[in-house]
Design a protein around this ligand. Structure first.
Ligand SMILES: *Cc1c(COP(=O)(O)O)cnc(C)c1O
Length: 387
């Protein structure tokens, strides 16, 4: 697919440009709204996921903020958990709270904490398929049962387990949001985000999307985004980045398979190391979430794990002893990346908040890449020898 790096598209006649604006004839008018390369990537995402509709954005955060602004407004509320991506938490607790959307926090590992929070103004339940760095896995079918009973949308951030790792529709998710910056981009060359609508929710039941349901039926959310919210907020994925993500998709399954196999092997190897106090990965039998992870993700419960050492100092020494594994944030890159979450991603949080989020001073996060497995293990082993 060529990269259409052009903002506007010309037409042969006034009648044709009128038809394109009115939507009676398909055509690209202006790249903030649609672009051939962007559309190609969106169609690929729809095909690989089996979703009804798909829309790409400039970042994962852009996809998420557009989605929430589209489905909820002042006086309405969304049920979620505090164990979510840090910027997502800030988007909810600060930016969208300021706009009048309320967020109610439950504990998704105890689903009985959800129903008492639901009232007539609740619009959705939002969760992440694997929380990071806690590595908790919500039982999606249980969440879906609660959502169905109360006619709520079930929204999932599936960044750690995008399509191929997790068939979100089969487990009752209505709308999926992915940071394609991660597994889909692959080489960490482009930011991007995607919204996938599985076509399972009756949009007439959502106050904000309902006006579009009359005309667009199951495509109402996509119409609401394309004809209003996304067009007006303007966080469009550039043609160049759409092209990079599209290239990423060509090798997606190969990379994911290798990264997940590496993660499983490294998690098991770490468990046997005398200096490691514990390893947290849903693919380990010792994980609290092993059973539900097997049901939902099979052999591919993502490529992020954490492990605990004796102290923060020991974590730093271990990280500093690595040669191959890079010290960087980001996850699901082709390259393995390591960091100490408490002193980096969570450095603005006080001790009480860290405790409530289960973020410990003794924890290291490893996002495993696609390198040769033995090279990674050798690197880890030599770092352990130095502490
Ligand atoms: C990275 C990430 C995001 C945000 O995506 P960006 O593309 O960086 O905006 C959201 N959710 C999760 C789980 C992520 O890992």
């Amino acid at each position: 697919m060529p990269v259409y790096d052009s903002v506007a598209f010309s037409f042969d006649s006034a009648e044709e440009i009128e038809a394109a604006f009115r939507g009676s004839k398909a055509g690209h008018v202006y790249s903030r709204i649609t672009n051939p390369t962007l559309e190609h990537f969106e169609n690929q995402m729809r095909t690989v996921s089996g979703a009804l509709g798909s829309m790409a954005f400039s970042t994962g955060m852009a996809a998420l903020s557009n989605l929430l602004v589209a489905i909820a407004g002042q006086g309405e509320n969304i049920i979620t958990t505090r164990k979510i991506f840090g910027n997502t938490y800030s988007l909810f607790a600060e930016t969208l709270t300021d706009l009048g959307i309320e967020f109610r926090f439950a504990d998704f590992s105890r689903t009985e904490t959800i129903e008492p929070l639901i009232d007539v103004n609740t619009r959705a339940i939002f969760f992440e398929t694997i929380t990071n760095p806690q590595m908790e896995v919500a039982d999606t079918r249980k969440l879906a049962t609660i959502a169905r009973k109360h006619h709520l949308l079930l929204l999932a951030d599936t960044t750690l387990t995008p399509p191929y790792l997790f068939r979100s529709k089969e487990f009752g998710v209505d709308v999926e949001m992915i940071s394609s910056t991660k597994f889909i981009s692959g080489g960490a060359t482009a930011l991007g985000g995607v919204i996938l609508d599985n076509g399972t929710y009756d949009w007439a039941k959502n106050r904000k999307v309902a006006p579009f349901a009359r005309k667009f039926g199951p495509f109402a959310l996509m119409a609401k985004l394309r004809k209003e919210v996304a067009r007006n907020l303007g966080a469009t994925l550039s043609a160049h980045n759409a092209w990079l993500q599209s290239l990423g998709l060509e090798t997606f399954t190969l990379r994911v398979d290798q990264a997940c196999r590496n993660t499983q092997a490294i998690a098991q190897w770490l468990e046997a190391q005398p200096k490691v106090r514990s390893v947290n990965y849903p693919g380990l039998k010792s994980s609290h979430f092993y059973e539900v992870s097997q049901q939902q993700f099979g052999k591919r419960p993502g490529a992020v794990l954490t492990f605990d050492l004796e102290s923060k100092e020991q974590c730093f020494e271990m990280i500093n002893g690595l040669q191959l594994i890079r010290k960087a944030t980001n996850i699901n890159d082709n390259k393995s990346l390591i960091l100490h979450p408490a002193s980096t991603i969570f450095c603005e949080y006080d001790a009480a908040t860290l405790k409530s989020l289960d973020v410990r001073e003794t924890t290291i996060r490893l996002a495993v890449g696609i390198e040769e497995r033995q090279d990674l293990i050798n690197d880890l082993a030599s770092a352990f020898q130095q502490i």
